[in-house]
Design a protein. Structure first.
Ligand code: ZN
Ligand code: ZN
Length: 242
């Protein structure tokens, strides 16, 4: 299986180590035909990307497009879901300027309100210590993601289930309906064959992303490809497969 794109890369605009330029050059070196810059939304505590910086990223990409041929350089994001109602931390006008939109749940975010911070940050933390709370938290997390894909045009949900439990079957069913792909994340090693199989049964598509936080790791997708194949996926199931 050959992947032509890596949609999930971070830069120094959040907590990545490389610049936009370095990520793109690394993608060229790996032979990718497309690479996306997908910075965190601003609500990640301590590492979020300033909304104003997204305009700078867009400009840098425009400049690089003139300089580098043979690769599509895409302006994207990894927005945070910041309420159970599915609010995102990047304004819709900015999302509309992007080539694609990814959203994810992260455990260390500021919610839209104190109540949302409680549901998304504190309750997830509590559920790790008190398994009896897991069902409620899983239901809430899943609902937050589903509301986000109902309200916004979302291309990919990043690392479903990482640090924050979700109901794969329910999420995958809704994602299939909305044309949103679920990510198989090559960076965190949390994805299981079982998760992929359950999701595939719902008819959802997948995207394999490196979640690179340093240029060398851009396009580093081998392990995730192996996992996808082990779960029985073919190139038709994966939006960035040739
Ligand atoms: Zn993430
Ligand atoms: Zn990421």
């Amino acid at each position: 299986m050959i992947l032509f794109a890596d949609f999930h890369t971070h830069t120094i605009y959040s907590h990545g180590r490389g610049t936009v330029r370095e990520n793109v050059y690394s993608a060229v070196k790996k032979g990718l035909k497309a690479v996306g810059i997908s910075e965190h939304g601003p609500n990640n505590i301590g590492v979020g990307t300033n909304i104003r910086d997204f305009e700078k990223i867009k400009k840098e990409i425009e400049e690089l497009k003139k300089e580098i041929k043979g690769i599509d350089i895409l302006f994207g994001c990894e927005a945070n879901v910041i309420s159970l109602e599915g609010d995102l931390d990047i304004p819709e006008e900015l999302l509309n300027e992007m080539d694609y939109v990814m959203v994810g749940l992260h455990p260390q975010i500021w919610g839209k309100s104190l109540k949302d911070t409680y549901h998304l940050l504190i309750e997830n933390y509590i559920a790790k210590k008190l398994p009896s709370r897991l069902t409620k938290v899983m239901e809430q997390n899943t609902r937050a993601l589903i509301n986000a894909i109902e309200r916004y045009k979302v291309d990919i949900i990043t690392h479903p289930g990482l640090h924050m439990p979700i109901d794969t079957k329910i999420l995958a069913k809704k994602a299939a309906e909305k044309g949103t792909a679920l990510e198989i994340n090559a960076g965190h090693n949390h994805t299981t064959v079982n998760y992929i199989k359950i999701a595939k049964e719902q008819g959802v598509k997948f995207a394999i992303g490196s979640d690179a936080h340093e240029p060398d790791r851009v396009g580093d997708l081998k392990q995730a490809i192996k996992l996808a194949q082990k779960a029985g996926l073919t190139k038709e199931d994966i939006i960035n497969a040739l």
